[in-house]
Design a binder for this molecule. Structure first.
Ligand code: COA
Length: 205
């Protein structure tokens, strides 16, 4: 199944904005992620070697082939803070099944930012990108991330809920929990919640 390709997406919640990441985010992002072991130990990425490497990566927020599913990378903003973390969703190789990854700078933890950023991205995927389901892989022991996902409506052991496992990473060298989110579970967990504002543009539109 091919998916519509985004050219822009900005979604705003009560305290969080997600918008396309850009090269210019690197100077703010680099000190928040470089050598931050309490963040990196939970990611399938060892972090950027230097700011230039991060800037190169952030220069492309939208990757992948249209017919095979695209990947999107977003900056997380809060009022007064133009960059507090990042969240990505990958569809490449498994269109219709969005796999999320995210981090929030340690100084901003515990304020609901990760939860709201995930709600905004799940909304984007289900409402605008036609996602059938979402998944997330959480290294064993990452209780904060597990709690966050459960607040959004994700359920551990996705296969028990009939969510397709296509695209699930199988080569992780750490034990992990796999979480899945169906449209139904998302709607139930976020009853009454919607983004305050959303601007979503597609290729060819
Ligand atoms: C996981 C992470 C994104 C959470 O971001 P955050 O903005 O602090 O999340 P929230 O404030 O929305 O909190 C989510 C919930 O987790 C809870 N939580 C946070 N740390 C916790 C911990 N160590 N154990 C149990 N619960 C925890 C919070 O209390 C909150 O639940 P509550 O509302 O019931 O109190 C952030 O800690 C982070 O970037 N960690 C390192 C990278 C990472 O783990 N990425 C995810 C990989 S799967």
């Amino acid at each position: 199944m091919s998916q519509p390709r985004l050219t822009h997406a900005r979604l705003e919640g009560a305290n969080v904005i997600v918008r396309p990441i850009r090269r210019e985010d690197a100077p703010l992002a680099f000190p928040l992620i470089h050598a931050q072991t309490e963040i990196i130990k939970w990611l399938a990425w060892s972090g950027p070697a230097d700011e230039a490497e991060l800037a190169e990566a952030y220069a492309q927020w939208n990757l992948g082939k249209d017919d095979a599913g695209a990947n999107y990378r977003f900056a997380i903003e809060t009022p007064g803070c133009p960059f507090v973390g990042a969240i990505s969703v990958r569809f490449e190789g498994h269109p219709g099944l969005g796999d999320v990854g995210y981090w929030v700078a340690a100084r901003h933890w515990g304020r609901g930012i990760g939860t709201e950023a995930n709600r905004l991205v799940a909304h984007l995927c289900f409402v605008h990108l036609g996602a059938r389901a979402m998944t997330a892989t959480v290294y064993l022991g990452n209780h904060g991330s597990a709690r966050l996902l459960e607040k959004v409506g994700y359920v551990r052991e996705v296969d028990a809920h009939g969510v397709p496992l296509v695209g699930r990473p199988t080569d992780l060298d750490q034990d992990s929990w796999t979480y899945g989110l169906t449209r139904y579970d998302f709607q139930r967990a976020s009853a009454g919640w919607t983004p305050r504002e959303e601007t979503v543009q597609f290729k060819g539109a």
